[in-house]
Design a protein around this ligand. Structure first.
Ligand code: NI
Length: 163
């Protein structure tokens, strides 16, 4: 396993629609392992493959105290509710923004063995699923800001959930 470098927000890969994975082979499983190690290293709660420069539809998520989840070719099949959240992104370091996210999300995809998986997320889990799916579609959370007043610089040492 290896910690991979996270690309900055101006890297074009973050603005591309990531490609579907056709075959979950050893290289995809290695990518998942490396993404999990990278997510742990940077203390994020989620990571999408484009954030490490790989244009493939792969995400990993690990909420505090919960098990690690990897989804290949994920899709959101249902969203409900709306809430305001304060969100940060590992690809946009030093900032956070107030945006709206769904309260509940149902997503489906494949696990690391190619088995179908269905995830029901509420609150933070729903937020992270939407954030990572956005990454696969070339969208950053800053695109959802209603105005620049909703974006703020993080104070040095401030805690923020980065996704
Ligand atoms: Ni992000």
């Amino acid at each position: 396993m290896a910690v991979l470098p996270i690309v900055g927000h101006s890297h074009p890969v973050l603005r591309q629609k990531a490609k579907r994975v056709r075959n979950i082979d050893g290289s995809v499983q290695r990518l998942i392992d490396d993404m999990v190690e990278t997510m742990h290293e940077v203390e994020g709660v989620g990571l999408a493959a484009p954030q490490v420069g790989v244009s493939l539809r792969v995400i990993v998520i690990e909420l505090p105290g919960e098990e690690t989840l990897a989804l290949v070719n994920p899709q959101i099949v249902k969203r409900s509710g709306e809430r305001e959240v304060v969100e940060g992104c590992l690809s946009v370091p030093g900032y956070r923004g107030e945006i709206k996210r769904s309260v509940k999300v149902v997503a489906k995809g494949l696990d690391r063995h190619g088995r179908e998986a269905r995830i029901r997320g509420e609150e933070l889990m729903a937020q992270v699923l939407e954030h990572e799916l956005d990454h696969l579609n070339g969208v950053l959370y800053i695109d959802h800001l209603e105005s620049m007043d909703k974006l703020s610089k993080l104070e040095p040492g401030a805690e923020a959930t980065e996704i």
